[in-house]
Ligand binder design. Structure first.
Ligand SMILES: Nc1ncnc2c1ncn2[C@@H]1O[C@H](COP(=O)(O)OP(=O)(O)OP(=O)(O)O)[C@@H](O)[C@H]1O
Length: 230
């Protein structure tokens, strides 16, 4: 079990505000699904954004395959094999399924679009049937599958998923979690933050609990959220 992603002693905050995250360390190995669970506002989205370079670290380090990547732009993280699916606005609604997948390949000119897209259509037949449909016409569950497929286009080695089951009906929650397991079996490590705690931990190899001060006032006194190994 070799470590693919190693974050050490991260401190993260916005502008002049107190730290949202404090002394956060976590690892994800090549073959793992790792879940970070925690209440609303604990800082789960902030953690993923920090791990893909969208939010600057105040201190700490991030290693991807032994290379220190903190301070690099998000495009570098993507080039080095990290994929990210935000919680919302993760597909272009006015574009077709085909076009959304094409955009997923923006960062990699060395992968041929059509064969890669066909590969993903065979993994996600529900998208193949809807390839010419606008993403905005898909159901919530199908959109999440499209967002996953789009992130997979450049062949990432690790996917960061921000609440992939948020707002979905229970039968879709199960379907998305099944897809995440299948993605992992195909050789992609997964780090996901989730509010469906039991379901997420059920499909994960390991979990962390992010425990934080959930109000501005409490955070000013406490010192940002911390991570506990479950
Ligand atoms: N761009 C920002 N500027 C300032 N504060 C922010 C910003 N984004 C998030 N925050 C604050 O950071 C804290 C953590 O938010 P975050 O979205 O990371 O939590 P979360 O655990 O993902 O919550 P949820 O489960 O509701 O998505 C919140 O208090 C939020 O108000």
């Amino acid at each position: 079990m070799t470590e693919l992603l190693v974050a050490e002693k991260l401190a993260v905050g916005y502008e002049a505000d107190p730290d949202i995250l404090n002394d956060i360390s976590l690892t994800v190995s090549h073959d793992e699904i790792v879940a970070v669970v925690g209440s609303n506002g604990a800082g789960k989205s902030t953690l993923l954004k920090a791990l893909i370079g969208l939010v600057r670290l105040r201190s700490g380090s991030i290693r991807l395959d032994s290379t220190f990547v903190e301070g690099m732009p998000p495009s570098e993280f993507v080039k080095r094999g990290m994929g990210y699916v935000p919680q919302s606005d993760n597909v272009f609604e006015s574009l077709s399924v085909d076009e959304n997948l094409e955009i997923g390949l923006r960062s990699r000119s060395d992968i041929a679009l059509r064969p890669r897209r066909e590969e993903l259509y065979s993994s996600f037949p529900t998208l193949a049937e809807r390839r010419r449909q606008k993403a905005g016409s898909l159901s919530g569950g199908e959109r999440q599958i499209l967002a996953l497929a789009r992130a997979l286009m450049p062949r990432p080695r690790i996917l960061l998923l921000d609440e992939p089951t948020a707002g979905l009906a229970p039968r879709f929650v199960e379907r998305i979690l099944d897809q995440i397991q299948a993605i992992n079996r195909s050789g992609v490590a997964v780090l996901m933050v989730e509010q469906h705690t039991a379901a997420a931990l059920n499909i994960s190899d390991r979990g962390y609990l992010l425990r934080g001060a959930t109000s501005e006032k409490a955070r000013a006194i406490a010192d940002g959220a911390t991570l506990t190994i479950l």
